[in-house]
Design a protein around this ligand. Structure first.
Ligand code: DUC
Ligand code: ZN
Ligand code: ZN
Ligand code: ZN
Length: 469
């Protein structure tokens, strides 16, 4: 059925205007004033509402074996929660461990999502080792349309790569024009600091941040940047959490390293005092990199506003209270993660745009357009234009509400943002021309989501400079 969205105020990364949008089939076919509804069209009146391009979460965990347990969401629950919160596409981390075969892992992750997602999705392919099979396997996965990799410089012996493997991954990525996303923490320092703290009887969640302090992340960020500089590959730092790491990233950008930066919504709004609450209350707020000292939040907001931080994701990763209790006597056993897929857009709009920290176009760019461009989805996704997928968010900026586990749709028994107020939320969300959400409820096709196969976005960088004789 054709869909006509009338009288809304369209807001993209670079424009704001009043117009109607006609979607026929899966795409936008016309944008203009006073468009006539074709026969049989559904007409949605968006007067007084903002109309945004569908938001893209570039960093999500859905299926995730982690610390001898599994994240709680399925693709059904995560995708519905995403859509209710205005996210119409997510990029999931495909994370086989070092002990797994990469190709089998890739097939497993695909099989978990296929036919189960209400919104579109794709993957970043984790490279967790580099053995004699890896290169051929990665070539095959890239040929299948997965044109971004993920490396962990942390999680030693599980997801983490050694420096030599990082080098090999980046060299291959450069050749293939693939962008490499990286979790930047120094694995060795984390493991030494964890051991030291535990030996001193410091076992509660309040010690998690002390085991991964800011300098540990700054070192990882700087090392990743150095490897990018040396190899000429394109890189993307995920979940940058603090000013020290930000300085490393900015210094690299300034000297021309092809590096982009993501921060995730928990780090803008939650600080380490949440993880210092006693017992499981603290454990609910354990993620890595950890929640930081509050002074870092201003640095993140300022860098986001100026575009130094490129994108805002979630690192969505739900573990329930019982799973968080696994680390009751040892903070290193607390599964890491805070769910946020449903709340990212509303929180970023509220505490960014509505509270005057963030220009509305930068908001759209950071939460949608930039990720589409970086990860080979633009202009199909990330904008409102004729020919683009009709993934649209009709947003009511006058709505007032409060985030709570009692009303959320993520498959988890707590919310990391319990009690946070929101100024605005999506009232209608569409997935490729079909209505998926009305008034905060999922009403769509539970299996509408497609795997988005992408082409490499990387221009081959010039070879690293030869030393001058
Ligand atoms: N950090 C988390 O908090 N959860 C999943 C993986 C990660 O790097
Ligand atoms: Zn990570
Ligand atoms: Zn992650
Ligand atoms: Zn509901």
């Amino acid at each position: 059925m054709p869909l006509l969205i009338k009288n809304g105020e369209i807001v993209t990364a670079d424009a704001r205007y009043r117009a109607d949008i006609l979607a026929e089939g899966e795409t936008i076919t016309r944008i203009g004033v006073n468009l006539e509804a074709p026969a049989g069209a559904e007409v949605i009146d968006a007067a007084g509402k903002l109309v945004f391009p569908g938001f893209i979460d570039p960093h999500v965990h859905v299926y995730l074996p982690f610390m001898a347990t599994f994240a709680k969401d399925t693709h059904a629950t995560a995708s519905r929660a995403a859509l209710i919160g205005g996210t119409t596409t997510f990029i999931e981390m495909c994370c086989p461990s070092r002990n797994d075969d990469a190709l089998e892992g890739y097939e497993l992750w695909k099989s978990k999502a296929e036919g189960q997602s209400a919104c579109d999705y794709t993957f970043h392919m984790s490279v967790t080792k580099f053995d004699e099979n890896t290169e051929a396997q990665l070539r095959q996965i890239v040929a299948d349309g997965i044109t971004s990799f993920k490396v962990f410089l942390s999680y030693k012996n599980f997801f983490g790569v050694e420096d030599g493997e990082l080098y090999q991954t980046l060299m291959l990525a450069r050749e293939l024009g693939v962008i490499v996303t990286a979790h930047c923490e120094n694995a060795e320092l984390v493991s030494r600091l964890q051991g030291q703290l535990l030996s001193e009887g410091k076992t509660g969640p309040e010690w998690h941040e002390k085991s991964r302090p800011e300098e540990v992340e700054a070192e990882g960020t700087n090392r990743f940047a150095t490897f990018l500089e040396t190899t000429g590959a394109r890189g993307y730092v995920v979940h940058l959490s603090c000013e020290k790491a930000l300085r490393m990233a900015l210094a690299a950008k300034e000297r021309g390293v092809d590096l982009t930066v993501e921060s995730v919504i928990p780090h803008f709004l939650l600080d380490k005092t949440y993880a210092e609450r006693p017992g499981v209350e603290g454990a609910k707020h354990v993620m890595s990199p950890p929640l930081r000292d509050k002074r870092n939040q201003k640095a993140l907001w300022d860098a986001l506003a100026s575009g130094m931080i490129d994108t805002v994701g979630t690192d969505h990763c739900p573990f329930d209270v019982a799973q968080k209790e696994l680390g009751r006597d040892n903070f290193t056993q607390i599964p890491n993660g805070i769910p946020a897929i449903e709340d990212r857009v509303n929180l970023l709009y509220t505490y960014g745009v509505s509270r005057g920290r963030l220009d509305i176009h930068r908001f759209v760019d950071a939460a949608s357009t930039k990720a589409a461009k970086l990860f080979g989805l633009f202009p199909r996704k990330g904008t409102i234009a004729v020919g683009s997928d009709a993934d649209l968010v009709v947003f009511d900026p006058t709505y007032r509400g409060t985030i709570s586990a009692a009303t959320h749709h993520v498959n988890n028994d707590y919310s990391g943002f319990e009690g946070f107020e929101i100024d605005g939320r999506p009232v209608v969300v569409t997935v490729r021309g079909q209505v998926a959400v009305r008034d905060g409820q999922f009403v769509g096709d539970p299996a509408r989501g497609q795997l988005l196969r992408r082409t490499p976005t990387g221009v081959r960088a010039p070879a690293p400079a030869e030393p001058v004789a």
